[in-house]
Every structure is written in C-alpha cells, then in structure tokens.
Design a protein around this ligand. Sequence first.
Ligand code: KG4
Ligand code: ZN
Length: 336
Amino acid sequence: MTILGIETSCDETGAAIVQKDPRSSTLKIRKNILATSLDMHAKTGGIIPENAAREQLKLIIPVIKEAIEGIDPKRDIDAIAVTFGPGLIGSLLVGVETARTLSYIWNKPLIPVNHLYGHIYANFIENSTILLPALALVVSGGHTDLVLLKTHKDIKVIGSTRDDAAGEAFDKIGRLLELPYPAGPIISKLAEEGDPSSYRFPRPMIGSKDFNFSFSGLKTAVLYEVKKTKKLTSTQKKNICASTEQAIVDVLVRKTLKAAKKYEVKSILMGGGVAANNKLRESLKQKTKEQLPNAKFFAPAKELCTDNAAMIAATAFYRNTQVPWQIIKADPASYY
Ligand code: KG4
Ligand code: ZN
C-alpha cells in the first residue's frame, strides 16, 4: 500500500510518499518534500494568512511533482491523503483542491486527514513497536493537548490549553526579546548558554487537578521582566530564554506524567513543532524512565515533529475514512 500525502495547513507546503512494508507492517517514507515560506513570515514577524496562501499556490505543484518523480502515480499510488484542517483557510484550500483534482484525474480514493492526528501519527513512522493505550502530548504553534489513544478508533482529548499554546508562548516571548519568528528553536538554542534558574517564572496550572494548561501568564511575567530593564544584555537574554524554556518544559512534563499514571498507558508519544525541543524530549524521556517503568517513551524524528506531509500520509494508514472527491471540504476550525 502506497499513499501520497499532502500538507498545506499553514506556511509549509508538503507532499510525501509513504509505504507500508508488507513483511514488517512498518511505515516507510519513500519521499518527503517540504517547501516553506517561513523566511517571508520572519520578515513580517508572523504569518499573514493571505501571503501564506499565495505561497502555497506557487509551491504546491512543484512540490507534488518532486514527490512523485520516478513513479507512475496512476499505477503506484493507492490513495491520496490531504490535511483538511485545522489551519488557515486559504492555505488549506490549496491542498484540498489539488488533492481533489488529482483524485478525480488519477481515479484514486481521497482520505481527508486532521492535521492534529498527523502530529500524533508521526510517531508511527518507521516504528511498529508502539503499544496502546498511549498518551500523546501534542505541542504545536496553535495547540497544546493531551490525547488518550485507547485504540486507533477510541481517541479522546483529556486536557488542553486554556489560552496560549506552548509554541505560541515561545513565539510571543521571542517577540518580546526581539527574536525572529518562529522563536521556539532560537529560544532553545540561546537557552543552551543560559541559566534556567536565574529567573523564577511562573509554572501556571502545574498543580491543578485537571490536565489543562495555561501559558499566557508566563508571557506576562517575561514582559514585566523585559520592561524592568532598558536594554537586555546578551547574558540576560540567554538567561530569560533558559528560564522560559524550563518553565514550559516543567509544566508539560509534570502534566503528561500525571496523566500517563492515571490512565496506566503503555506508551507516551509526542508531536508538533515544540516536540522538536531538545530539553522537552530529554526531560520527558528521563522522567518516564524514572517514574513509569512500565511505559515506553517515543518521539518522532525532529523533522517529523514540525509540519510535514509524511505524517499526513502515515495517519491515513490508521484512520482510513475515504470520501468522494465531490464532497471533501476544508475545515479551518476542526478538532480531534
Ligand atoms: O507543528 P508546527 O510546525 O506548526 C503548527 O502546527 O503550529 O509547530 C510550530 C511551533 C512554533 O510555535 C515554533 O516556535 C515551535 O513549534 N518550535 C519549537 C521548536 N521548534 C519549533 N519550540 C521550541 N523548541 C523548538 N526546538
Ligand atoms: Zn502542525
């Protein structure tokens, strides 16, 4: 079975070919092409949806062409999977309309995929050892969710953010520190040379009974700190980065472990751009080992944490709901 995946929910244009190895049942990536309009958004300090959609239009055909190079799509592809939401409507429409057209002209089944499931199923690429029930921490620019997978058909959200997402917190704090967008990876890099205990930033909702999160208070605390100082020295900046990262990681790790214990899961998964963060990966791995000896920790390769099309194709192997090309619809506000 071979699936062409298409991802255009935000500022990345992706097309990938993913195959299931018939002997081992492992999902293998044959091609994973990604073009990004990130440089352009760095200049504007964030994403202007209209610009992102125009870039998607420019990139989608060359990206798909590169993904299917060397194969005959009519013969070799079994289905087309495409992100239908959540995301920016203009960007989503580019992928959905392209997938719809290809489904019609190649006469292939069309599988709409929710982008958030994509972040979870990135864990299943090149990995057939994940046992259920599993708990997934989805941490992206727009979402911070704890998702319980009892089976591939029984999936529910047990907690999410009340305000800013973890990635959004990184990006907004980055703006306060005059760092380019997206600031998550830059804060993480600067944090390596900073002292995480130099500023005692709040860990909102870390002790709450539920599995929800809140990150807007952290952003406000950093704002006060930045306002106190006329011009931050490079050391101060690095220390703020390290202390911010530590606060976010502490909350995410504590709540994930608490939920994993309650639901007695066998696997802990991560997904979304923030899952590429080294400190978060290391910390969750270490604490799982110490506190949950019966559970295994998994994280996708870093390039599969941020948006990509391989995760969309991979999801379609597990959540294979086909729709006729006539009725597929982009849904910018869809959830799990
Ligand atoms: O999943 P993603 O690529 O796009 C969305 O679906 O939102 O996530 C992007 C988010 C951005 O907020 C970015 O700052 C953050 O992921 N991010 C990171 C790292 N790499 C990306 N945050 C912290 N550390 C990183 N290494
Ligand atoms: Zn994403």
